[in-house]
Ligand binder design. Structure first.
Ligand code: PEP
Ligand code: MN
Length: 336
């Protein structure tokens, strides 16, 4: 249930509603909006409580929320979530481009890529230090050494760093180095990890699971939000379908659907959603045209020799073309 307070509700009236809700063993999440306060009541079957609350002083009206996620919903927070990272703002007018290798392989590989993507117009650097690989025999990442290299690349280029965290106990270590912690598709419903991410000070990039519904993605985001971290970015990265011509199927629909259902920024990963370097740029254009707030793109100085995801990685030259084309599309749809 949502309690919508009057525009001129006093602090005491708001407090009284919160006290009544909590006395009934429900949790509250308060959204102090620009003109009025909204109070989300979290718990099962609050309909009896609704009768008590709707006539309290200062209450304008109450609305049942049937959705299984609350804080992530546009009903609870109508305005877009917009927050700054080093040098840019996500969720606002700008379409942001995050780029870098699938995995940090060596100091020289990462520093070279970081410089190249910066020159081509990327605003942030990606790179996995801990890699969730389907086979235990594939390259698993450099671990903490990879994080140190990422931090060095940030020093050199000024680009904030996005990197994956795979386990709850690793959150403090990854947060020490990263600007944004990525939770990958395979971990979208790792609830212990989502909980730890919710208690972390850094923003989270949450990728859609390989076979996850949009609603399941939003419930996963709700785990993070409800534990206190409000800086969550959602990422469509393709879903598994019957089609084998591409690695995954880009669910372009998910972008406008998510933008309607949630206030959180939504970005597209056309590298994993297509799995083929030749398809990345056209699908990136489509994502921006569909309203994505950003793109995350795999770039490697020598894709043929990449230790992971070489087939879908762009060379720095091809990435520069992508940025140029996407810039044109962004302008067409009224973005920067
Ligand atoms: C990645 O970004 O390198 C990655 C492993 O992506 P996903 O979790 O979407 O498969
Ligand atoms: Mn990858």
């Amino acid at each position: 249930m949502m309690v919508i307070m009057n525009v001129d509700a006093t602090k005491e009236q708001i407090e009284a509603v919160i006290t009544r809700v909590e006395a009934n063993k429900f949790r509250v999440i308060v959204n102090t909006g620009e003109d009025r306060t909204l109070i989300a009541v979290i718990g099962s079957n609050p309909s009896v409580l609704r009768e008590q609350i709707m006539y309290m002083p200062g209450v304008d009206h109450t609305v049942p929320i049937s959705r299984p996620y609350k804080v992530a919903s546009r009903e609870f927070i109508p305005e877009n979530t917009v927050f700054p990272l080093d040098g840019f703002v996500i969720g606002g007018d700008e379409v942001v481009v995050i780029a870098g290798p699938c995995a940090v392989e060596s100091r020289s590989q990462l520093l070279e890529t970081a410089q190249a993507v910066k020159e081509a117009g990327a605003q942030a650097l990606r790179g996995g230090a801990f890699k969730p690989r389907s086979s235990p025999y594939s390259f698993q990442g450099l671990g903490e050494e990879g994080l140190e290299i990422l931090a060095e690349a940030r020093e050199l280029t000024g680009l904030p760093v996005f990197t994956e965290v795979m386990a709850p106990e690793m959150v403090p270590l990854v947060a020490k180095y990263a600007d944004v912690l990525q939770i990958g598709a395979r971990n979208m419903q790792n609830f212990a990890l989502l909980h730890a991410a919710g208690e972390c000070e850094k923003p989270i990039l949450l990728k859609r699971g390989i076979s996850a519904l949009i609603e399941e993605l939003l419930m996963a985001a709700e785990y993070i939000l409800s534990h206190g971290n409000r800086r969550v970015i959602l990422c469509e990265r393709g879903v598994r379908t019957f089609e084998t011509a591409t690695r995954n199927t880009t669910d372009i629909n998910a972008i406008p659907v998510l933008k309607n259902l949630t206030h959180l920024p939504v970005i597209l990963d056309p590298s994993h959603s297509t799995g083929h370097a030749d398809l990345v740029t056209p699908v990136a254009r489509a994502g921006v045209a569909a309203g994505a707030d950003g793109l995350i793109i795999e770039v490697h100085p020598n894709p043929k020799e990449a230790l992971s995801d070489g087939g879908q990685s762009l060379s720095p030259e091809k990435f520069a073309v992508l940025v140029k084309q996407v810039r044109g599309i962004a302008r067409e749809v009224g973005r920067k």
